[in-house]
Ligand binder design. Structure first.
Ligand SMILES: [Zn+2]
Length: 464
């Protein structure tokens, strides 16, 4: 009889299209080698009893920033510490944005060197494009297995200078959309109309408002919706696939939905913060982010869209801004916070509380990202032949979220003190325990994920 490396026995396993079934998972060489009845005999080196626990395809965080300057991971701890946060929260694969005005051919090599051997989770990259050289090298980037690219619509003039990015405009974006259509890639725009933001930041500034209300007033939903609508329309003109990152408001959601009615290759990401925090949350400046967290009505609209399957994915927009950058006024604090560790538990707990089907939730926190970003069926699926990236959830063991449970170097979480009724019991990356019985192991076995196509080309299975 063939020997397996590991048998997970007794779990309630989520199988796409079938809901959950009590089956055993047999793993060999990092992949799922067989799914069998719990009483079937099989020879495995190790057997782990997970009776009664829920087994999901490993969580995928499609929106991550690493590195102390949030541009590129440079030091081993940029990878190790932040991906510890990921696997502690049931995320087995992450897609990290590299941001540089240099050629990404060398940036890619450097980032890969930092991640390899130091990442608990599997990892791929999106590149932030902003220079003519980037456009010229587009095909080279595709050949590296990077097929999704960010464009900051708000980096007009010197707006992106603090992140080392040049200013650009809609003509650059148009060229980028055309290139991506031609090569089977996807563009992930940051949609905010910065000209309106500049004007509103002055005219709406009101220091008597609670911080998150003030920040929302300075960058209101229509600023996001206007930009989302523009890039979505230009996607239809060029035939590009566009993935609207961190959709935060009902206005933006509706703007994209209107365009999507006429042109299908538009995809919507929201983030855990927009599903769980609002302008009245007392976390204050720790939840400062762009786009801002919104009033409660927007949170409810996002959940309605989520339940209807209109939201494709949930990301975290994780970045490990240290708390010393946050302990300031809402106007002076850095935007962004860590979230890889909360994505799966918070979305799952809140989704289940709202009686949303497990299939819809799993799609948004794993499967759909795998499909859109060219990782399926290796990722996002529990099936024979798929990678053994698994998240095992204990639905009966509550968790209290604290900075400590998040492991991030940022040293705070906007969800500090939040109690949820479930916990991540085990996280397996490539068949090995990155988290076991709720405790991190020291295994950093994350592998680079090469993604030949993204967007429509990935969904159609276009050959590379
Ligand atoms: Zn981001």
């Amino acid at each position: 009889m063939e020997k397996y490396d590991l048998r997970l026995t007794g779990g309630e396993v989520f199988l796409e299209g079938h809901g959950t079934s009590t089956v055993d998972i047999l793993i060999r060489d990092g992949r799922i080698a067989a799914l069998t009845e719990p009483d079937a005999a099989n020879d495995a080196t190790e057997i782990v009893d997970i009776t009664g626990k829920l087994v999901l395809p490993g969580g995928i965080d499609p929106h991550v920033h690493l590195g102390k300057d949030i541009r590129v991971p440079r030091d081993p701890d940029d990878a190790e510490r932040e991906t510890a946060s990921a696997v502690a929260g049931g995320v087995t694969s992450i897609l990290t944005y590299l941001m540089s005005s240099n050629s990404y051919v060398s940036e890619f090599e450097d980032a890969q060197a930092v991640m390899s051997g130091n990442s608990h989770a599997n990892f791929g990259f999106h590149f932030v494009l902003g220079t003519p050289e980037h456009l010229e090298e587009f095909k080279d980037y595709m050949n590296l297995g990077v097929s999704s690219f960010k464009f900051f619509m708000n980096f007009r003039g010197d707006e992106g200078a603090y992140l080392g990015m040049p200013g650009n405009d809609d003509s650059f974006m148009y060229e980028l959309l055309k290139k991506s259509a031609e090569h089977g890639a996807m563009i992930n725009p940051h949609p905010e109309n910065i000209e309106l933001v500049r004007m509103l930041s002055d005219s709406t500034r009101d220091d008597s408002l609670p911080p998150l209300e003030a920040w929302n007033a300075a960058r209101p939903p229509f600023v996001e919706a206007d930009a989302a609508q523009r890039v979505a329309y230009l996607a239809s003109v060029t035939g590009a696939s566009v993935y609207c990152v961190h959709t935060s408001s009902n206005e933006a959601l509706q703007a994209i939905a209107r365009q999507r009615a006429a042109y299908p290759n538009l995809f919507i990401e929201t983030c855990t913060q927009y599903l769980t925090l609002d302008t009245s949350s007392d976390v204050g400046v720790y939840a400062k982010v762009n786009p801002p967290v919104r009033p409660r009505e927007d949170v409810e609209s996002l959940w309605t869209a989520f339940a209807n399957g209109q939201i494709d994915t949930v990301g975290s927009d994780h970045n490990a801004r240290h708390r010393s950058n946050k302990d300031k006024s809402i106007w002076d604090a850095s935007a962004g916070f860590p979230g890889m560790g909360t994505l799966v538990p918070m979305t799952l707990a809140e989704g289940l509380r709202r009686k949303i089907s497990l299939a819809t939730i799993v799609d948004a926190i794993s499967t759909r990202s795998a499909k859109l970003f060219g990782m399926y069926p290796q990722k996002g699926l529990i099936a024979v032949g798929s990678d053994a990236d698994l998240t095992v959830i204990d639905l009966n063991k509550p968790t209290k979220i604290t900075a400590e449970t998040q492991h991030s170097a940022a040293d705070y979480t906007p969800w500090e003190g939040t109690e949820i009724p479930l916990s991540v019991a085990h996280t397996l990356v490539g068949g090995r325990f990155a988290l076991r019985d709720g405790a991190l192991t020291d295994i950093c076995a994350g592998k680079y994920i090469s993604r030949p196509h993204s967007g429509a080309a990935a969904l159609e299975g276009r050959p590379s």
